[in-house]
Design a protein around this ligand. Sequence first.
Ligand SMILES: [Zn+2]
Ligand SMILES: [Zn+2]
Ligand SMILES: [Zn+2]
Ligand SMILES: [Zn+2]
Length: 360
Amino acid sequence: MVDSNNVELGFVEKTDSHLLCSFHFPSKVGGKPSWLSLSPLPSNKDLECSKCGKILSFLMQVYCPFEESPKAFHRALFVFVCRNVVCCSKNNNENFCVLRSQLPRNNDFYSPEPPKKETDGPSAKFYQDLCVVCGLRGSKRCARCQSATYCSKEHQEADWKTGHKAVCKSNVPTPASAETVSRIKVYPDCNFPEYELITEPEILPNETEKEKSEEDKLKEYEEFMKSKAAESVLPDSAAKDLEKMAVSDNSQDQVFMKFKERIQDEQEQVLRYQRNGMPLWVSECHIPKDGDIPNCSCGLPRTFEFQIMPQLLTYLEVDSLGDSIDWGTLCIYTCSGSCDIGNNYHKEFLWKQDFSDSNI
Ligand SMILES: [Zn+2]
Ligand SMILES: [Zn+2]
Ligand SMILES: [Zn+2]
Ligand SMILES: [Zn+2]
């Protein structure tokens, strides 16, 4: 049996952007990726939505070294999503991309010892031009100032509207201060709000709690659902599901019931990390069967590493628009051997599970 106590929960916290640079090896949500391998970065082609073709938005990265492998002394997983609501469909992962990066302790970019100065360190922009909007490769250059670089025409337009128009001067290099401004500038249509991702071990209710009678538990659960349906931290869709659950025969989706019970004490968790563990499913529908999780290109099977919870949606400021991207949970499966990929970024696998419709 999997030890259910070795789950790390992730929570978001507002932090100064400069603490989330690559050389701090952060786990973070939103803003721009803090690339681990600083070169070569993934090609923008690899980060196009397979549905609409637009550049994906950076959702989060998790720093998760692989103790067993000296090749993965540093290791991070990056998750990207298309913000276009049209590309978001139920139980379908095509608007997502997950990339793995890893480096040995002695590598091409970072000192093998922790940095003495906390304020300065290597960055991906030393090695190639980056898009000032999204932080991906920026091979397109503003024709007027020859200074600002972009991944795509769309992001150039976004920057123009958000203020580049005012600072762009023919042939005058952008002053350092302007660059700083553009680094922390927010592009609400292209980036998600930035947070640090803090993890702490999950503490399960104590044994006496577990010994409660089934009847008591059911009663508690009904109370919980009644109270939470109204003031839930879950996104609207989840809250609606809860309401439906509260009035319907709740013996139907045991999986959803277990989900609610498990997150009850830490409702703001946005991530559950448990390498080789078991995801906490939100529904009994669309759970992967044998063969649904493809092997890594090295031939090794992929195993579960972490899942992104629906609570994260409330921090992304997307659901104010009504129709927006959505998920029940996003489960990340990675190469069980974290195979050697040099300085490259390697695609891993994401399984998207949505809440079931009114508990079929
Ligand atoms: Zn798309
Ligand atoms: Zn861009
Ligand atoms: Zn310009
Ligand atoms: Zn592999």
